[in-house]
Design a protein around this ligand. Structure first.
Ligand code: HEM
Length: 347
């Protein structure tokens, strides 16, 4: 303790004296040992813990803070608050999806497959969706390794294996971020027109998307729930990629405090959208028979379209074609389109 204090005093005062006038002109000030105190050591450290700056011979600026008070506060917030928010968000959404599945099961195509299909997602839109989806999921997993790895993975994998994984996660996360940013911007611009809220979307919500009352609520190209998901991705997801870009490119004079706030927002927003992605993936796959076909090969069965998006179906039903002719043209990937399978359990 005594030697350490001596060393610090030498760094602060000795180096400062050597730099003399030059340091003064940088408007930095030494940490003065409190006057009249019998206990210089504890007062001195108290001042440092409250963020008191000294000056350093090595470089101007924040290097003179012997204790980075705001950094310590940020680290506590990250390790104790952000990690808890994430754990709760994932537990709540995974639990809700499981309960929903147990209560409702898969929503089948009530009338079964017709063998006639309409185009729902053209190729360019599918590319945008999978661009964002694949990158988002890679970013989510690499982000989880960065955030929880030290406490959860080191005990499982050991320090060496975790070191390799953490390095891989960090490099991947940093390099793919800008690609996700571009994908998000393109997706938001391309799909904005489909997602303007309309009266019918509120009725869709009033009927709980089909949970309340009889029959399936009316919907246009996208239903109320899908529009809500889009706006969540556009706003909270937008926050993820914007804050990510600020963190990825620190060479524009961002202060340490700015980086800490961006890191906090980035983590919380990422965990919220990440947890909600579980619900989106469930609804699009296990939850709704026939929905994935549209995002895989572009076409959906007309009975699916009529059941889930009746108002849109009215607009496009004249464009319906035989699923078989589509397969012969090679426009779709065989097994997922059409067929005359009967519906097994109506929702
Ligand atoms: C394995 C992961 C995913 C699967 C299987 C999946 C599947 C789908 C499907 C089938 C649709 C079309 C629904 C319809 O035709 O009505 C869709 C739409 C959409 N997806 Fe995904 N998706 C995945 C991941 C993601 C991710 C990570 C995001 C964004 C973070 C995302 C954002 C969207 C958006 C904004 C739409 C537009 C319609 C809507 O708002 O629901 N998806 N997805």
């Amino acid at each position: 303790m005594g030697l350490g204090l001596l060393f610090l005093l030498i760094c602060l005062f000795g180096a400062g004296t050597a730099l003399g006038q030059q340091q003064e002109s940088m408007s930095q000030r030494p940490v003065a040992a409190p006057q009249g105190s019998g206990d210089i050591g504890s007062d001195y450290w108290r001042a440092l813990r409250q963020g008191e700056s000294g000056y350093s011979a090595s470089a101007p600026g924040r290097q003179s803070d012997l204790i980075n008070v705001s950094g310590s506060a940020w680290m506590t917030q990250r390790n104790e608050e952000v990690t808890k928010i994430g754990a709760w968000a994932f537990a709540i959404f995974a639990g809700a999806v499981l309960l929903f599945y147990l209560a409702r099961g898969t929503v089948r195509v009530d009338k079964g497959r017709s063998g006639r299909v309409v185009e729902r997602w053209p190729l360019a839109h599918r590319i945008i969706h999978w661009w964002v989806a694949v990158l988002f999921i890679i970013q989510l997993f690499s982000g989880l390794v960065i955030l929880y790895g030290k406490s959860l993975l080191i005990p499982l994998l050991g320090k060496e294996t975790f070191g390799v994984l953490a390095q891989l996660a960090k490099t991947t996360h940093n390099y793919l971020g800008p690609l996700l940013f571009v994908g998000m911007v393109v997706m938001i611009v391309a799909w904005l027109k489909h997602n303007i809220p309309k009266g019918v979307d509120f009725s869709w919500f009033a009927k709980g998307g089909g949970l309340v009352g009889k029959g399936h609520p009316s919907a246009g190209y996208l239903n109320g729930g899908e529009k809500a998901w889009f706006w969540l991705v556009a706003t909270v997801g937008g926050l993820i990629v914007v804050t990510g870009m600020v963190l990825d490119f620190p060479q524009f004079g961002q202060t340490r405090e700015t980086m800490q706030s961006m890191n906090y927002l980035h983590g919380v927003a990422g965990l919220i959208v990440g947890a909600m992605t579980i619900a989106h993936i469930y609804i699009a796959t296990l939850g709704t028979e026939g929905a994935m076909e549209g995002m895989l090969n572009g076409y959906v069965d007309v009975n699916w379209a009529e059941q889930h998006h009746d108002l849109w179906y009215e607009e496009v039903k004249d464009q319906a074609i035989d699923a078989e002719s589509l397969q012969q043209e090679g426009g779709s990937s065989g097994s997922t389109v059409g067929g005359d399978q009967p519906s097994s359990s109506p929702a």
